[in-house]
Write a protein that binds this ligand. Structure first.
Ligand code: 13P
Ligand code: SF4
Length: 328
């Protein structure tokens, strides 16, 4: 099986005359497989997915699916979480190089030493982290339940929040806590240009700015609404404005546009003046061809080391239990 994979994905040519969408549908039925896709995936991938969602909804879906194979159209930590939650299922990630700069910004050895400095603290970790970090955590959260997860601890319980500094600072601000925050960041969300967003707002004064909490404080200050990808999408469906400036990865614009055909969505620009939008290079490694080959050859498969599985699963399960109790 190993010589099948080159540079992280199945190294087999795909016949250009194939109708990939039809072939993927056929393979899904034959193999009892489902495709779970994150909102940052390419539009054509979102369109063939059985389920599209944010990190919380995707993990809830991975935990309850009856399908035998889960193809994860997303990044490594998402597929790894799916495997934690569904250890008996085959979990496929069409390109193993689809990582996450935020997860990479928190190496386990460094975090272990950091945590040792705060023996009284409990650890809340954002789901965008490795299994090693999950295993060092008391509970996991996503951007849609972070405030509720943090508030599930008594006010006087000291907390560490890892690995996203911007999300940690944002939660400190709205919860009135003083969590110790690991200084990690996502390369996509930290590169929005405040001056270019301000210029866009001048050009479109009627537009509302909506932003993901992984953005820098200076961007969040400008936002009319802050939330997870699903919260941003929901806002565009219920709010009555006609134009929005979207400060998160551009993949989300596909569902926003589909749900609001009369509205205009403008991607907030990064500080690279040659580029109008802000893509996650890891998310965009997944393609229809790679999904097709992944299903056909049932590779690359995600495995979780048995020595870490229980420790990494416990805080994820705790998050799902708290979320279920709160109806999230
Ligand atoms: P959510 O979709 O959970 O808001 O997360 C955004 C993200 O960065 C996923 O990598
Ligand atoms: Fe990671 Fe940022 Fe890409 Fe999300 S957008 S997967 S946080 S690098």
């Amino acid at each position: 099986m190993n010589d099948l994979i080159l540079n992280g994905y199945v190294n087999k040519p795909v016949d250009k005359s194939l109708d990939l969408v039809a072939e993927i549908e056929k393979l899904k039925k034959e193999k009892d497989a489902i495709i779970l896709a994150h909102y940052y995936q390419l539009p054509e991938i979102q369109d063939i997915a059985d389920f599209i969602g944010d990190s919380l909804a995707l993990s809830q879906q991975a935990a309850k699916t009856k399908a035998q194979i889960i193809v994860f159209a997303g990044v490594h930590f998402m597929a790894e979480t799916a495997k934690l939650l569904s250890p008996d299922k085959k979990v496929l990630l069409p390109d193993l190089m689809a990582g996450c700069s935020l997860a990479d910004s928190c190496p386990a050895d460094d975090f272990f030493a950091f945590k040792a400095k705060y023996p009284e603290h409990k650890v809340v970790s954002y789901i965008n982290c490795t299994n090693e970090i999950k295993a060092l955590s008391d509970v996991i959260c996503t951007s849609s339940n972070a405030v509720q997860i943090v508030n599930s601890f008594p006010k006087d319980q000291p907390l560490i929040f890892a690995p996203d500094k911007n999300l940690g600072d944002y939660i400190n601000k709205i919860s009135g806590r003083n969590m110790v925050v690991w200084p990690g960041a996502c390369h996509v969300h930290k590169r929005f240009s405040v001056s270019r967003i301000v210029q866009l707002k001048k050009d479109h004064p009627e537009a509302k700015i909506i932003a993901h909490p992984e953005c820098e404080k200076d961007v969040l200050i400008l936002a009319d609404h802050i939330g997870s990808t699903s919260s941003l999408l929901q806002f565009t469906k219920t709010d009555d404005s006609k134009t929005y400036i979207i400060a998160t990865e551009t993949g989300i614009l596909h569902q926003m546009t589909k749900a609001n055909l009369q509205k205009t969505f403008i991607p907030a620009p990064p500080d690279d003046a040659t580029c109008a939008c802000n893509d996650c290079s890891f998310m965009k490694l997944i393609s229809l061809e790679k999904i097709y080959n992944s299903l056909k050859y049932e590779a690359p498969e995600i495995h979780v080391d048995a020595s870490i599985r229980e420790k990494a699963l416990a805080p994820v399960q705790r998050m799902l239990d708290i979320s279920a109790k709160l109806g999230l």
